[in-house]
Design a protein around this ligand. Structure first.
Ligand code: IVH
Length: 672
């Protein structure tokens, strides 16, 4: 066969296979036998091997995954992946409905009701009908590129059907594991002596993060799509667009209904609250969305979630079982958590053997005794919790028990902080879980991002006596790593490279990575701006610390305490010697304080600047951006096609409506 003929046949086979794939995995209506399908696939595979010039990463043959370990690249979402606000009862839902009604100025609107699938969110990006990449939610702004794993999910089209899709768009959905497949997989894992997954959601999320995509291909993952984003969507409503996407080959869930009032929404909720136990997958509530895209735009977003959508969460399921014994676990920050060992019981699709008891106060409050019958509930958390005791079933053999007073890990007497319910072990630098916890925090994605290392390796390195603190990571040698189980040349090199690269991580993240009590990500950012090096921060007095925006007594006290300890000073000196960026050379990005104290709402499109540029300008000159017009808004910056509701609101509140030119005139000259 000539190369050109091969190309024609390869393209034909790909198209055919993609169609059969859709028939089988999305529509569940195959029109050829598995055998015939396999033959077509073998045919294509052989041709692609013989004519590598026609290779295509989106070919149906690429769904089996590969054994090469891929590190996940972080990629920015085109539109941030926000979360949804939650409601738990009709009243809260009613409030949401009223807010929507009010913002839309009593204009008629419709709701789309959907189920809230309990899996891992995924964002698929298509260009010219081809899957370009698939990102996890990540922190909402940056996601992990898990494209090679996603390709193994057969119901996700790599090439779209038809031709009437937008040139570029994103489609979001949930990767999940059907409950039966999840149970079966867990049984198999246990039989092989591997650890079982806690629930279908964790196993879906965990599967997406496997580095070896041929392993992912073995996991029974599925995907529902529920949200389209793009500059040019075909229809003016969410419902029509999402139905249209089914025609492009996407697996759009059929559990979707249009409702014209909040009362009708309740019907949908009540129906699914009962019926959910018969669904083959887990849901944890329903999602309500305003149907019209124009109205969605008018309603806008808060910093965290859309104002045009909300979720309603079902009440957690409960089970009753016997409390056999209590263990005490020491966490990364030294907090001691009592954990109950239970007689195994089935709860929301999984067998529960352990549950959290929170703290000593909670145990006293519930008056729990060993061998009591207790009520276990599964909320959003991974570990179920004990929420009550069946006192009527209490027998003679039950006995009360005392909370421990020394650390089960290192023997140090436990303490309780004023105003906190938890006991904690104060031996920060000498208690094994705390030492490991500090190092695990240090390597985390939001800190030094040493993903090549991983939690498991930290345990191994610690047990082998190779690390006792974060600075020890920078003294690790290849020979050290090679003597450990599971470590080959390649993984050792990977780890050492990662450690080397971490020396480029900027100062704010290094500060967060140190794990100073009460210094979270945001606080670290604030501090790093004010104090441009660790030496400057260390030299700061209480008064100087308190001057930093949002730093109060608690954080300042914790910083002073941290820097007063000689072992920390030594640690810092070692990190500095290793070459970490414990200082910054960045300069302030602010241009002026002309707009200090002024808040703006931007709406519509502009000719001289993009919306983001305008937002940046506002911030650079000391102003604030708001997303909706309220009494606190100083100016409405109006462009073409501004939403009528926003205009009306601004007019009724007598807020000045300004143009792009008016805005420019407000700024000092020459620094726009
Ligand atoms: S819409 C901008 N629809 O719930 C709104 N989300 O807490 C985009 N989820 O991260 C989300 N089912 O992973 C939407 N039918 C559904 C959903 C759904 C589950 C998840 C999603 C999101 C989370 C929000």
């Amino acid at each position: 066969m000539k190369s050109a003929d091969a190309k024609t046949r390869i393209e034909l086979l790909r198209k055919e296979l993609e169609k059969h794939n859709h028939n089988y995995y999305v529509l569940s209506q195959p029109i050829i036998s598995d055998f015939e399908y396999d033959l077509l696939m073998q045919d294509l595979d052989a041709l692609e091997k013989k004519f590598p010039e026609w290779a295509d990463p989106n070919s149906p043959t690429k769904r089996v995954g590969s054994d090469t370990l891929t590190e996940f690249r972080q990629v920015a979402h085109q539109y941030p992946m926000l979360s949804l606000g939650n409601t738990y009862n009709q009243e809260e839902l009613q409030d949401f409905d009223q807010r929507v009604r009010k913002s839309l100025g009593d204009e008629p609107f419709e709701y789309v009701c959907e189920l809230k699938y309990d899996g891992a969110a995924i964002n698929l990006y298509y260009e010219n009908g081809k899957l370009i990449h698939a990102l996890t939610r990540g922190d909402g702004v940056l996601g992990d590129d898990v494209t090679s794993n996603i390709k193994t999910i057969r119901s996700i089209p790599l090439t779209l059907l038809g031709t009437d899709w937008p040139e570029r768009f994103e489609i979001r959905g949930e990767v999940y594991m059907p409950v039966d497949a999840f149970r079966k997989m867990n049984e198999e894992r246990e039989a092989r002596g591997e650890q079982a997954f806690a629930n279908p959601r964790n196993s879906a999320a965990g599967s997406l993060k496997i580095l070896n995509s041929s392993e992912v291909a073995k996991r029974p993952l599925e995907c529902f799509l529920y949200y389209l984003a793009g500059a040019t969507l075909p229809f003016p409503t969410h419902y029509e667009n999402i139905q249209k996407a089914a025609g492009w080959g996407f697996n759009i869930p059929p559990y979707i209904e249009l409702k014209s009032s909040i009362e009708d929404v309740y019907e949908f909720i009540h129906y699914w609250d009962k019926e959910r136990e018969n669904l083959p997958f887990a849901i944890d509530g329903i999602v309500l969305k305003v149907n019209s895209l124009r109205q969605q735009e008018e309603l806008g977003f808060t910093a965290k979630s859309p104002r045009w959508a909300i979720s309603y969460k079902f009440k957690a399921e409960q089970a009753r079982t016997r409390l056999l014994s209590i263990d005490f676990q020491v966490g990364r920050t030294g907090t001691v958590t009592p954990v109950a060992n239970l007689e195994p019981v089935l709860l929301a699709g999984t067998t529960v053997k352990r549950a959290s008891l929170h703290n000593a106060d909670q145990i006293a409050l519930l008056d729990i005794r060993l061998l009591d019958y207790v009520l276990v509930e599964k909320g959003g958390e991974i570990i179920p919790k004990i929420v009550g005791v069946d006192k009527e079933a209490r027998s003679e053999e039950t006995e009360s028990f005392a909370f421990i007073d020394t650390c089960p890990e290192c023997g140090t007497p436990l303490e309780r902080e004023e105003g906190f319910a938890a006991h904690f072990c104060p031996n920060e630098d000498g208690c094994p879980p705390q030492i490991k916890g500090k190092i695990i925090h240090f390597i985390g994605r939001k800190a030094m991002n040493l993903e090549s290392l991983g939690e498991e390796s930290i345990h191994q390195l610690y047990e082998a006596g190779l690390i006792r603190n974060i600075a020890d990571l920078y003294s690790l040698k290849k020979e050290d790593l090679l003597q450990l189980e599971r470590f080959g040349e390649k993984s050792a090199d990977n780890i050492l490279n990662g450690i080397e690269q971490s020396k480029q991580i900027p100062w704010a993240k290094c500060l967060f990575a140190l794990g100073i009590r009460h210094v979270g990500e945001t606080v670290a950012k604030k501090l790093s701006k004010k104090f441009t090096s660790i030496d400057a921060l260390r030299a700061a007095t209480l008064e100087e610390l308190l001057q930093v925006d949002e730093i109060g007594e608690k954080i300042a006290g914790s910083l002073l305490d941290y820097f007063s300890q000689p072992q920390h000073i030594e640690l810092i000196a070692r990190l500095q010697a290793a070459g970490l960026q414990l200082e910054s050379f960045e300069t302030d990005t602010s241009l002026s304080d002309t707009l200090t104290g002024k808040s703006f709402v931007i709406s519509g499109t502009f000719t001289r600047h993009s919306r983001d540029e305008l937002k940046n300008l506002i911030e650079a000159h000391g102003g604030k951006n708001l997303s909706s017009v309220t009494a606190k808004t100083h100016y409405l910056l109006a462009g073409d096609g501004i939403g009528p509701a926003k205009l009306q609101k601004a007019e009724s509140l007598k807020i000045p409506i300004i143009s792009e030119e008016d805005f420019e005139a407000m700024l000092p000259e020459n620094i726009i």
